[in-house]
Design a protein around this ligand. Structure first.
Ligand SMILES: NC(=O)c1ccc[n+]([C@@H]2O[C@H](COP(=O)([O-])OP(=O)(O)OC[C@H]3O[C@@H](n4cnc5c(N)ncnc54)[C@H](OP(=O)(O)O)[C@@H]3O)[C@@H](O)[C@H]2O)c1
Length: 330
């Protein structure tokens, strides 16, 4: 096997400035691990965009190759769980954060990280889903475990045109939930409707500035990717016993709320953490995504790009302008 391959690399210079380029790397430079994989597709997530700008909360050491989602074919395995030729998905754990990630032609990871590509999913579909789809599915899974049903009323999705948000809208709609999609993109209404949103509202409507501790209920549950005052508003306007899946921090990691929504309305806040989801639940979520929960609209959510286009799409994502899932094809 040729030892040289192409990788997207983020470097930090002596003045703390970051630069990004496509470099030739050698397989010997990959981290230790039992499974060597030839990457077929990787997907761009918000975390990758942050890592690419040198965000030390995501990646401490540079040079680094980001990419928290990848899929491909096993070319060498020291583990009895995988053999040469197996099709696998790699997401979560430390992949792409402080361990070299998916924006390169080869990756090497510990045997506990990959899952076998389910029979009903293509490589491409698995990456349209990726961490975004997994996060949306884990959110709905936890909400339903905690009693959420469509009859309780509509579910608000914030950051709805993003990777997690788009998947959340599609998943909720196919599970018979009415979906209120909050978005800052007026031009994306047709896109959100096609995914299954029943109502589209502006970001302002999920940004209460009245200072009141409770608002008239407007939704029965929430999948929130934004955090801060958007999440606080979502909590204040949630109906009785509704579940709020807290996934992200696009606005900021802060949360300023009173306890009234919890002690007067029984609102439940559910933490969504995908990196260390126990393996039995991880396999269950992928099984659902490959079967009963496989969204119909995977094709309309994807943008397929090459490694050379990545820089441009990272900039779009950081500017809050990305839409759907961005896939790097190798
Ligand atoms: N908990 C976990 O395990 C987990 C897993 C995956 C991701 N996440 C987190 O989930 C969040 C979303 O990730 P993603 O990959 O979906 O990101 P993304 O594709 O960049 O989507 C984020 C969306 O948020 C909205 N937005 C952008 N700027 C905003 C602002 N200033 N105020 C309010 N909304 C804004 C935009 O949608 P609209 O224009 O439609 O409003 C944007 O498309 C991130 O914080 C990420 O770190 C967490």
């Amino acid at each position: 096997m040729d030892n040289e391959y192409k990788a997207f690399v983020v470097r930090e210079d002596e003045n703390g400035k970051f630069s990004r380029s496509i470099e030739n790397k050698s397989i010997n430079e990959l981290p230790e691990g039992e499974v060597l994989i030839q990457v077929k597709y990787a997907a761009l997530n918000y975390k990758d965009a942050l890592s690419s700008t040198g965000h030390k909360g995501i990646t401490r050491q540079f040079p680094h190759t980001p990419g928290v989602d990848a899929c491909g074919v096993v070319v060498n395995s020291q583990s009895s769980e995988f053999k040469e030729g197996d099709a696998v998905i790699v997401t979560s754990y430390d992949f792409g954060m402080n361990t070299s990630g998916g924006f390169q032609e080869f990756i090497r990871v510990p045997a506990k990280w990959p899952v076998k590509l389910p029979d009903n999913l293509s490589f491409e579909e698995s990456m349209v889903l990726g961490t975004g789809g997994f996060t949306a599915a884990l959110s709905l899974y936890k909400m339903e475990q905690n009693g959420q049903i469509p009859e309780m009323g509509p579910i608000l999705v914030t950051g709805s045109t993003g990777g997690v948000g788009s998947m959340a809208v599609a998943l909720l709609a196919m599970n018979n939930y009415e979906v209120i999609a909050s978005s800052g993109k007026t031009e994306a209404h047709d896109y959100l409707k096609a995914l299954g949103a029943t109502k589209i509202i502006s970001r302002d409507e999920t940004y209460d500035q009245s200072g009141r501790p409770l608002l008239r209920p407007k939704w029965a549950g929430v999948i929130d990717t934004v955090g801060d005052n958007t999440l606080a508003t979502a909590i204040k306007a949630c109906g009785k016993n509704g579940n709020i899946a807290v996934c992200g921090l696009i606005e900021s990691p802060k949360l300023n709320t009173t306890v009234y929504p919890f002690i007067l309305n029984g609102v439940n806040v559910l933490g969504i953490e995908t990196a260390e989801t126990p393996r039995n639940i991880r396999l269950k979520i992928w099984e659902l995504l490959a079967d009963k929960w496989k969204p119909k609209h995977l094709d309309s959510i994807k943008n397929i790009i090459s490694l050379g286009d990545l820089e441009e799409y990272i900039e779009l994502m950081l500017a809050g302008k990305s839409k759907g899932r961005v896939l790097v094809k190798f």
